[in-house]
Design a protein around this ligand. Structure first.
Ligand code: ASP
Length: 310
């Protein structure tokens, strides 16, 4: 049998209320998840690395304004878009990450460039933007990132100290639209990529879990590749992605058991969200403790699995 390839993607988790998701909107979400899978899977099939495939799949979701990453990112308290992204190679443990960047069309491509072209792992704000300019990354105007739905979300919180996560009653549709991809390539290498606009009305240069290696994003060929979505503050304190890998490495637990255990038992109870993860055999796990998680997966040439609810 030829070597396995696998890819899984997510478009965020949370209280995705069926009554707010029209059939047409649901179709559109699923279409873009499928598109991300197809993009990554095609690259993996042609022998491209897990790293390149994961970044390409995430870029597809960043370019779709339905998701809170790249185009369509949420608004900060100052009415800006500050985006976080991270990528990691399971073979070399090289990683690249950017936080609180503005105007970058595809923050995941910038994180990838940090991985390949910088001695550093994490660049933030103006410095990261300077690095992006020097490396020819594409910039866009604020209008490109604007989305009416995200703007209306911000209007409900503007002027308060609350950010979206704290505001479950006023905002019924309490979902996180972060995007991510995890891949296993033909060479047996794993990679994880994650990108987000963060939380609506975030203040003071807040950075979430998505930009943090080992927290919202992690890959290690010995174990697995993981990308998270959910209430970043709790994911940070629970060190979610590395915890799954560490359980596998130190106890021999399977990917599925480790991912389930971390999401349902080990993560701080207030944390809501989920993960997508793949191991070196191509097994995929996608547990979440929220009402839904936009997700899709494909192993080898099996049909694509696409789902939103449990
Ligand atoms: N985890 C992200 C953050 O806290 C939010 C999300 O998953 O949508 O920035």
């Amino acid at each position: 049998m030829s070597r396995p390839i696998s890819i899984a993607v997510h478009g965020g988790a949370g209280t995705i209320l069926p009554e707010l998701l029209t059939p047409a909107l649901e179709k559109e979400y699923k279409h873009h998840l499928q598109l991300a899978i197809d993009t990554g899977h095609q690259l993996l099939s042609s022998g491209e690395s897990a790293l390149v495939a994961a970044a390409a799949a995430v870029s597809v979701l960043e370019d779709c304004e339905l998701f809170n990453a790249g185009k369509g990112s949420v608004f900060t308290a100052e009415g800006q878009h500050e985006m976080d992204a991270a990528i990691m190679c399971g073979k070399t443990l090289e990683a690249g990450s950017v936080a609180a960047v503005t105007g970058i069309k595809n923050p995941i491509q910038l994180a990838h460039r940090v991985l390949t072209h910088s001695e550093h792992v994490m660049l933030i704000g103006k410095g990261a933007e300077q690095f992006a300019k020097e490396h020819g990354l594409k910039f866009e105007n604020p209008e490109y990132f604007f989305n009416q739905y995200r703007y209306d979300q911000w209007q409900q919180l503007k002027g308060t100290k609350k950010f979206q996560l704290d505001h479950s009653e006023a905002i019924r549709d309490r979902k996180h639209g972060t995007v991510g991809a995890v891949c296993l390539d033909l060479q047996g290498n794993l990679a994880a990529a994650t990108s987000t606009g963060g939380m609506t009305n975030k203040q003071y240069g807040r950075v979430g879990d998505s930009a943090l290696i080992g927290v919202g994003n992690y890959a290690n060929n010995k174990t697995c590749a993981v990308s998270c979505t959910g209430s970043g503050e709790f994911f940070i304190r629970s060190v979610v992605a590395y915890d799954i890998s560490a359980l596998m490495e130190h106890t021999g637990m399977s990917l599925e058991k480790a991912a389930e255990k971390v999401i349902h038992q080990r993560m701080l109870q207030e944390g809501d969200g989920g993960v997508i993860a793949v191991d070196r055999f191509g097994n995929i796990a996608m547990p979440f403790n929220s009402a839904g998680m936009y997700r899709a997966a494909k192993k080898n040439n099996e049909p694509t699995f696409v789902a939103i609810y449990k």
